[in-house]
Design a protein around this ligand. Sequence first.
Ligand SMILES: [Zn+2]
Ligand SMILES: [Zn+2]
Length: 741
Amino acid sequence: MLHEPPITPAPNLLPLGPVSGAARVAVLLPYPFAGPFDYLAPPGTDLVPGDVVLVPLNRRQEIGVVWDAPSGPSVPAAKLKPVTARLDAPALPAASRRFVDWVAAYTLAAPGEVLAMALRVNALTPPAPATGFVSTNPLPEGKLTEARRRVLGCANHAMPRSAAELARSAEVSTAVIRAMVHAGFLRPTPIPAAPPFASPDPHYAEPVFSAEQAQIATALRGSVRQAAFSVILLDGVTGSGKTEIYLEAVAACLESGRQSLILLPEIALSAQFLSRFERRFGVAPALWHSDLSSRTRRATWRAVAEGSARVVVGARSALFLPFTKLGLVVVDEEHETAFKQEDGVVYHARDMAVVRARLSDATAILVSATPSLETLANVEAGRYRHFCLRTRHGGARLPEVSAIDLRDHPPERGKFLSPALIEAVHATLAAGEQAMFFLNRRGYAPLTLCRACGHRLACPNCTAWLVEHRALRKLTCHHCGHTEPIPPQCPVCKAEGTLAPIGPGVERITEEVAAVFPHARRLVMASDTMPGPHAAAAAARAIEAREVDLIIGTQIVAKGWHFPHLTLVGVVDADLGLAGGDLRASERTVQLLHQVAGRAGRAEAPGRVLLQTFSPEHPVMQALVANDLTRFFAREAEARRPGNWPPYGRLAALIVSADTADAADLCARDLGRVAPGGDGVLVLGPAPAPLAILRGRHRRRLLLKTRRDIAVQPLLRDWLGRVKVIRGVRVDVDVDPVSFL
Ligand SMILES: [Zn+2]
Ligand SMILES: [Zn+2]
């Protein structure tokens, strides 16, 4: 559960007074205990809820947070231990504490586990000053090599720069820097603390809006100014200027002196967003994601707590930052399943963002071109307001979508691009425009099969096929990360040269594209070939600068990009997401493909989208071709209503996992025997999970389904309380599950 190293107490401890006559105080520790523990606060020490303190636990000193109510007199005062010290750190604000309690109660996680997410940055101590280097003056005697001369050209005798930075600028290794320090050319000097986050200027570059856009922007600004809780769905076709419009809500929030939080589904894709933000407000916002250096994380956490970080753009974990005066939460691409955290505390960041806004009397804006059915149901029920943009910005038209029926237009044997798609790409290239191939599957081939005996290469730890990654010459399990070299012969029948890749991944499509369009400049964008924001930003720049003709990508290319010269999108396998029978398979496929389609024709030249499919008659394909998502979502909603499926009912999953199939079965059967029932309550299962073995653990699932007016948490608590879970068996709870694997 907790992978963070223990927080090391820092020297910034504030002494506390004597212990006699002490008062009882509750302290929540960042561990999976059921609740806070009581400690004694020495008299005269004004400990208040939110204070970060050091307390004894077993034989260690642990950091905790003073919580709101003492947990009761069950432990006699004489047995309580005193609080050791208060840390000189910003207190955890009341809204953050309410939020921790709320998330814990909703997800059935321990409050301390949730608190760990709020404290895990280890940001409680002020950032230590980093060491930089300045050039000495006068310089020591001696001959300078060319490399050393370059370093001195980049160094300054007043402003220290870090070794890494100097090495990068002078194009030398850091060993050269170290040697120059030793030889007396450079002198170590502390780098002054990072300047506080510059405040974005709401009037820096005010946008020019169409009448439709201006009307919505005014409404959003009005809502933020009210400083009361409300939720707004901002729904609009791709390229309609949704970002520019919600940035007006950010502007209103800046004017009112409150903080804004913008959640993005994938922070790796934030580069283009950041430059849009900077164009509007003159400075970059504070950024929050897992790749930040610990120094930046500390500085950012403190700046949020102290209110100097006015706008934070981040991944879902940014919800747990200690905002003191939050006025606005934006969830961009609210339909994205990436907002669901599946490990540790299992929560949906979109839904928790709404809760977070409510706890701070703030406005929440959910943004999407293809809103989730959950959000649409909230609009329908009058809980959320709805603003809709129907036209693309600047006169750009929506792309024309058509299906290529692969039954009538099959690709060549062993290939995946149909002649119709190839021809359209040739025409696009001839017109000097860019085209994109989209396939939401990493690697070379999703399955490797022996042509002699039919053996399929599977993961030793999971119920899953191994995916070939030819560039790395490896087979990989995408569920547990197991890798092995591609075997020279079939592991079963020992035949040589019989192993054949089945089906395409993005690598295989790239190979085919290279053969068909040998003279086109190609760029592959996939999450495993493009880790981190820098690589994605560089790729985006290359595309914008027309250094690329063809883009081949996985779902990473679908999101939010603005490529003005891209006019054709070819979806290699439009049917891919429909297999598997997941509750939301159709909804997700429509959302993803609509989003990819939206990358085409965002400037003057009109865009075209071609969907390769074996079932053009499927409602998903029909909706995309007719560009009639409203009707599709209405149909989808009607299909879910009668069975109380979400959003018209509630779901919670119990996932039992154990080292042996017998232990998993036993626990799952016990749970099944005492399952809750009654009017509007139904339990499905136990059944083997589709991923029946994951990382060597055997998995069984039970699914609780209730009417919408029945809360699942009390049922779950009662249910779990009736079963004794033996050692080595785990029962994980997933409220509002998104994945059913
Ligand atoms: Zn074989
Ligand atoms: Zn595996």
